[in-house]
Design a protein around this ligand. Structure first.
Ligand code: HEC
Length: 167
C-alpha cells in the first residue's frame, strides 16, 4: 500500500482539493450577459425565430400564401415595436392587409417567451431582410407585458391602432 507514504497522499489530497474547488467555481461563474453585444442578440433572435416563427412566416420572412403574411420589408415588421410586441404576446386575428394583400387568419399568442427572448426575436425581425430599424430592448417588452397583463384575447388591427400604439 502507498498510504504509508505520507507525501504521496498529501499530494493526491492537494490535487483533489484543487480539482474540486476548480470545478465548483467554474460551475458557478455566470456567463457575460448577452444584451451587451448586439451581434449575440441578433444571433439569439435568429435561433428563436427559426424554431418559433419560420414555420409560418418562412425562414426568409417572405410568408406563405394562406398561412402567414410576410415580415420581409413590410411596414408591420419595422414601424412599431410596441405593436409587434403585442402581436407576439397575445396573438393577432384578421382581417389584416400586409404589403397590399388581405389576410384573414389567426396568429397564436406566444406570451410564454421571456421578455429578453421577445426582445431578441423583435431585434432579429427588425434588422433582417432589409428591415433596418432599431433593436428592441428588454425594458420595452417588460413595460408592454405589464400594460397588457389582463389581456388574453388576440388583437385585431383596429384595436392596435385605436390604442394609440405609435404607428
Ligand atoms: C402558426 C403560424 C404562425 C406563427 C408560428 C407565427 N405567426 Fe405571425 N402571423 C401569423 C398569421 C396567420 C398572421 C396574420 C393574422 C391575420 O390574418 O390577422 C401573422 C401576423 C404577424 C405579424 C403582423 C403582419 C406581418 O406580416 O407583418 C407579425 C409582425 C408577426 N406575425 C410576427 C410573428 C413572429 C415574430 C413570430 C414568431 C415569434 C410569429 N409571427 C409566429 C401566423 C403565425
Amino acid at each position: 500500500m502507498i498510504w504509508h507514504q505520507g507525501w504521496t497522499r498529501d499530494l493526491r489530497l492537494t490535487i483533489f482539493v484543487l480539482w474540486a474547488f476548480c470545478s465548483v467555481s467554474c460551475m458557478t461563474i455566470e456567463p457575460e450577459p448577452l444584451e451587451a453585444d448586439p451581434y449575440s442578440t441578433v444571433e439569439a433572435g435568429k435561433a428563436l425565430y427559426l424554431v418559433s416563427c419560420s414555420a409560418c412566416h418562412q425562414s426568409d420572412g417572405k410568408g406563405l400564401e394562406g398561412v402567414a403574411p410576410p415580415l420581409f420589408g413590410t411596414r408591420w415588421a419595422h414601424e412599431s415595436e410596441e405593436r409587434l410586441a403585442r402581436i407576439i404576446l397575445q396573438g393577432l386575428r384578421g382581417p389584416i392587409t400586409v404589403a397590399g394583400k388581405k389576410y384573414n387568419l389567426e396568429m397564436p399568442p406566444m406570451g410564454f417567451f421571456k421578455d429578453h427572448e421577445v426582445a431578441e426575436i423583435l431585434t432579429y425581425v427588425r434588422t433582417t431582410w432589409g428591415n433596418s430599424s432599431s433593436s428592441t430592448d428588454v425594458n420595452t417588452i417588460e413595460r408592454i407585458r405589464a400594460q397588457t397583463s389582463d389581456r388574453s384575447d388576440s388583437w385585431t388591427v383596429e384595436e392596435l391602432f385605436d390604442e394609440g400604439v405609435d404607428y
